[in-house]
Design a protein around this ligand. Structure first.
Ligand SMILES: [Zn+2]
Length: 176
């Protein structure tokens, strides 16, 4: 049986109300984004993740949470934009979802971002050009498999653990 994704990846977000310290705002031409409303120290938990739905394949808003498992996070997590020089990194929490931790000091008003290569081995559902605007922008939103070695090193401690194991199972191509 195929669970068909609804075609509209719109950013309608139901806020669970337990997310404190961040809020949803418009982020220029990137659409919605998540922004800090207070300061965060390096290493501090910024946004705790919870799994909202299991997916049978990778897509633009899918989070890879294991070698061959893709989910949709609930709450604000799906609205957190990619950056090639992100303010946050990924750690898996006890529920198997992603938590975002500050990899740099974050000031109030700053956008919360992570590198999608920190969670997904393969990213192939995004437009050709990355719009993160960072000086370190690599031009395209790519997955871990295409991430340069210097960025892999820079992200140590902030990368989903299944990306560090080999071999990587490809996304299942068809209905499960
Ligand atoms: Zn970029």
């Amino acid at each position: 049986m195929s669970v068909q994704e609804s075609a509209d990846p719109s950013r309608t977000v139901v806020l669970p109300g337990r997310e404190q310290g961040v809020e949803l705002r418009e982020s220029g031409d990137k659409g919605a984004g998540v922004f800090a409303v207070r300061r965060f120290r390096t290493g501090e938990l910024v946004l705790a993740g919870a799994i909202g739905a299991e997916l049978d394949r990778n897509d633009a808003h899918a989070s890879q949470v294991a070698l061959d498992r893709f989910v949709r996070h609930e709450g604000m997590m799906p609205s957190v934009n990619h950056s090639c020089d992100p303010s946050c990194g990924i750690r898996l929490n006890a529920s198997g979802a992603h938590d975002l931790f500050a990899r740099l000091p974050i000031t109030s008003g700053e956008e919360i971002t992570f590198d999608y290569a920190m969670r997904n081995h393969t990213v192939d559902h995004f437009p050709a050009r990355c719009r993160c605007g960072s000086a370190l922008c690599r031009g395209r939103i790519t997955g871990w498999k295409d991430l340069p070695a210097d960025r892999r090193n820079a992200y140590q401690g902030f990368v989903a653990p299944y990306l560090l194991t080999e071999p990587h199972a490809p996304a299942r191509p068809g209905p499960a």
